[in-house]
Design a binder for this molecule. Structure first.
Ligand SMILES: Cc1cc2nc3c(=O)[nH]c(=O)nc-3n(C[C@H](O)[C@H](O)[C@H](O)COP(=O)(O)OP(=O)(O)OC[C@H]3O[C@@H](n4cnc5c(N)ncnc54)[C@H](O)[C@@H]3O)c2cc1C
Length: 481
C-alpha cells in the first residue's frame, strides 16, 4: 500500500514526486511510456516564461510567476543547465504597439518583475538581424531557456534517489474503488493500492477523469510544429524572440536553445489524435514564414530537424488543479499546457500543500537530499578538465558522437544511471548523441553496440522508444568473434 501514486512522469509528475519525497511517504511514480518525459515534456519551446501574458488571476499566471522564481534554485540543486537570458516580444507593425503595451500592463498586473518597453531602434541594436519593420518590443528580464527533458529526468532521478519507486511501461487502465473512494489503480502490470492517486497524465488526463466518473472536462491536442537549426545559426540569433501573440498561441518564435542551436516554431493547430506527432509541409511552411517575418535572413540550409509537440489544451483554458468533491482519494491536474514547464516546480509545491490540507501527514524526512549530480558533459569542459577525466577513465577519450562531442563514458554512465537510458531516444535525450548536424548517421551503430554490451543484450532487442520500435531487424554480416 502506497501513500501516493502519481500517474504520469512528465515534468509535472516528476516534480510532484520529488517534492513529496521530502516527507516520510511511500510514493509510486508510474508512466505508460518507456522513459520519463516521453509526453509533452520532450517536445516544447523550452522557455521559462516570465509570466506577462497569462490572464491576471488565473492559475496559469499564479504558477507561472511562482515557478519562474524557483528555477535558479531548482536547476542548481538538480544540476540542470538553465540560462536566465531574458526574452523579447517583438512588434513588427504599427498595430503591434498597442499589443505590446497591453502585454506590459498585463505583466505589471500579474506582478512580473523586470519588464521594459523598448523602441524598435533599441531592439534592432540588441538583435541586428531583426526585420526593419520592428517598431518596438517588450523585454522581460526574468525569461529564460532550459532543457525540459533534462529538468524532468533530473527531478525524477532525485525523487528516485530519495526513495520514490518508478515504474515505466505501466499504464493506468482504471481505478480500484471502495465506495466513492479511489484506493489505487489498475494497470497493465496489475493493481497498485494507495491512499491518494494524483493524475498528472498530460494529454490523457481527461480519459482518466472520465474513468473516475468526472465528466465535462476535455483535452484537445493542439499541435505545434518546429524546426531545429544547426549551431551555425546561433551566429545570427542572440535572443529569445516572440512575435506578438495570437488568441490561441504565443506565435512562431525564433529562439536559441540551451544547447546552442536555434529553434523556430511552434504552429498551433487543434487536432483529434493524441498520438499524432507528424510534421506536415503546410505546418513547417508556416513555421518558416513566421520566423522569416521576424528574421528575414534566416537560412533554410541551417535546418537539421523538424518535430511536433502536442499541447494538452483544456476546455476551461486554465490549469485545473483540484481534489474533486465527487471522488475521495483523487487529485487531478488537467489542462497543463504552456506555461506548464515553467510552472511545474510551483505546481508541485501546491499539490503537496493540498494533500497536506486534505489529511496526508507531511512529516519531513531528515535524510532528504535535494542535490543531484549529473554526469559531466565532456563537450562543456575545459581542456584541462577533459584531460583529467580521460586520465581517470579512458572511455572519455573515445568520441562516439562527433557533432556533439559525446564520449563512450557518457553513454556508459547513462546505461547505469538511477533511471537507465534503456532506449535509443532515452540515450539521445540524456547525452545528446544524434542531435547534431548528422542526426545520428555516424554514431547510431556504435551507440547501439555500446548499449547492447552494457545491458548484456543483442542489438536486435534495442528499441528507439520501447514497444515494437526496434532499430535493427537482422544481422547482414557475420562478425568474427
Ligand atoms: C508546442 C508546445 C510548446 C510549449 N512551450 C512551452 C514553453 O516554452 N514553456 C513552458 O513553460 N511550457 C511550454 N509548453 C507546455 C509544457 O510542455 C507542458 O505544460 C508540460 O510539459 C506538461 O507536462 P506534464 O507532465 O503535465 O505532461 P506530459 O509531459 O505529457 O506527461 C504526462 C505523462 O503521463 C503519461 N500518461 C498518460 N496517460 C497515462 C496512463 N494512463 N498511465 C500511465 N501514464 C500515463 C504520459 O506517458 C506522459 O509521460 C509547451 C507545450 C507544447 C506542446
Amino acid at each position: 500500500m502506497y501513500d501516493v501514486i502519481i500517474v504520469g512522469a512528465g515534468v509535472v509528475g516528476a516534480h510532484i514526486a520529488r517534492t513529496l519525497a521530502r516527507y516520510q511517504l511511500d510514493i509510486l511514480l508510474l508512466d505508460k511510456a518507456s522513459d520519463v518525459g516521453e509526453g509533452t515534456t520532450k517536445a516544447n519551446t523550452a522557455i521559462v516564461h516570465a509570466g506577462y501574458d497569462a490572464k491576471p488571476g488565473s492559475n496559469k499566471a499564479r504558477f507561472n510567476l511562482a515557478g519562474n522564481a524557483m528555477f535558479d534554485t531548482v536547476c542548481r540543486e538538480l544540476d540542470v543547465e538553465f540560462d536566465r537570458c531574458g526574452s523579447y516580444v517583438v512588434g513588427v507593425s504599427e498595430e503591434a504597439r498597442a499589443t505590446l503595451e497591453d502585454l506590459y500592463r498585463r505583466g505589471l498586473e500579474n506582478g512580473t518583475p523586470g519588464l521594459e518597453l523598448i523602441s524598435g531602434e533599441e531592439m534592432r541594436r540588441r538583435e541586428p538581424g531583426l526585420t526593419e519593420d520592428t517598431v518596438g518590443a517588450l523585454y522581460a528580464a526574468t525569461g529564460g531557456i532550459v532543457d525540459p527533458f533534462a529538468l524532468c529526468y533530473a527531478a525524477a532521478e532525485n525523487a528516485v534517489a530519495n526513495g520514490v519507486e518508478l515504474r515505466l511501461e505501466t499504464e493506468v487502465q482504471g481505478f480500484i474503488w471502495e465506495g466513492d473512494a479511489i484506493v489505487g489503480v489498475e494497470t497493465n502490470r496489475g493493481p497498485f493500492r494507495s491512499r491518494w492517486v494524483v493524475i498528472a497524465a498530460g494529454l490523457w488526463v481527461d480519459d482518466l477523469m472520465h474513468e473516475a466518473g468526472l465528466e465535462g472536462f476535455t483535452i484537445t491536442p493542439r499541435k505545434g510544429e518546429y524546426f531545429v537549426l544547426d549551431r551555425e545559426a546561433k551566429t545570427a540569433v542572440q535572443n529569445v524572440l516572440f512575435p506578438c501573440p495570437t488568441p490561441v498561441s504565443k506565435g512562431i518564435l525564433v529562439t536559441p536553445t540551451i544547447h546552442g542551436n536555434v529553434m523556430l516554431g511552434p504552429t498551433a493547430e487543434d487536432i483529434e489524435d493524441k498520438e499524432n506527432l507528424s510534421t506536415t509541409a503546410a505546418g513547417l511552411n508556416e513555421v518558416m514564414t513566421g520566423a522569416l517575418r521576424l528574421m528575414p535572413q534566416l537560412d533554410a540550409r541551417w535546418i537539421i530537424r523538424s518535430f511536433t509537440g502536442l499541447r494538452a489544451a483544456g476546455s476551461t483554458g486554465d490549469f485545473l488543479i483540484e481534489i474533486p468533491d465527487e471522488v475521495q482519494g483523487l487529485l487531478v491536474l488537467a489542462g497543463i499546457e504552456s506555461p506548464g514547464l515553467t510552472a511545474s516546480p510551483a505546481i508541485a509545491e501546491h499539490v503537496a500543500a493540498m494533500l497536506g490540507e486534505a489529511g496526508l501527514p507531511l512529516v519531513e524526512r531528515p535524510d532528504f537530499n535535494p542535490i543531484r549530480h549529473g554526469t559531466p558533459r565532456f563537450s562543456l569542459l575545459s581542456r584541462e578538465e577533459q584531460e583529467a577525466l580521460i586520465a581517470q577513465d579512458p572511455r572519455y577519450g573515445r568520441i562516439v558522437c562527433r557533432c556533439e562531442t559525446v564520449t563512450e563514458a557518457e553513454i556508459v554512465a547513462a546505461c547505469h544511471a538511477p533511471i537507465p537510458a534503456r532506449t535509443y531516444d532515452a540515450m539521445k535525450r540524456r547525452t545528446r548523441i544524434g542531435t547534431g548536424r548528422c542526426q545520428g548517421a555516424f554514431d547510431t551503430p556504435l551507440v547501439l553496440e555500446i548499449m547492447a554490451r552494457e545491458y548484456g543484450v543483442s542489438p536486435l532487442e534495442l528499441t528507439q522508444k520501447g514497444g515494437a520500435s526496434h532499430m535493427v531487424v537482422r544481422r547482414t554480416k557475420e562478425v568474427a568473434e
